[in-house]
Design a protein around this ligand. Sequence first.
Ligand SMILES: *[C@@H]1O[C@H](CO)[C@@H](O)[C@H](O)[C@H]1NC(C)=O
Ligand SMILES: *[C@@H]1O[C@H](CO)[C@@H](O)[C@H](O)[C@H]1NC(C)=O
Length: 145
Amino acid sequence: MIHLTDGQSFRALLLYHIIISLLLLQSSAGPYKMAGPSQPIVAKLGDDIILPCHLEPEVSAVSMTLEWWRPDLNPKFVHVWRDGKDELADQNPSYKGRTSLFIEELKNGNVSLKLSKVELSDNGTYRCYIPTLSKESFITLTVGI
Ligand SMILES: *[C@@H]1O[C@H](CO)[C@@H](O)[C@H](O)[C@H]1NC(C)=O
Ligand SMILES: *[C@@H]1O[C@H](CO)[C@@H](O)[C@H](O)[C@H]1NC(C)=O
């Protein structure tokens, strides 16, 4: 039988909480960062562009779910990758046939989105999000004429 004074049991409890918090932090967030550009991407009407986004350190995103979306749209999805393939059933119709991922780059954690024939309505902020890692990055696209 171990007898703890109030101070000791308080410290034990505190230590317990710190360890649990660290474990939770590690399992939910991992060491990964989602990196995007610090400046807005500037495009002209009709351009083909890349919205950059990648995982650091490099880890394959092939088997992860990846969501590109715009919080201000309804439906909000611009492009979704799930179960190793494109999942475009919920894609916003204005992006139909204009988005693609660099499939060969996914294994390097490069989840950048290619957007073709930029339209004025593409102007806005995009969210590049990997739910499994709870990681996201916001990319702003500014469209000029
Ligand atoms: C991701 O892939 C695109 C297309 O190949 C490329 O332009 C971009 O530089 C790559 N990003 C990184 C971080 O490697
Ligand atoms: C484009 O989006 C930016 C914010 O991302 C906004 O400040 C600007 O007013 C928008 N321009 C147009 C033409 O909608």
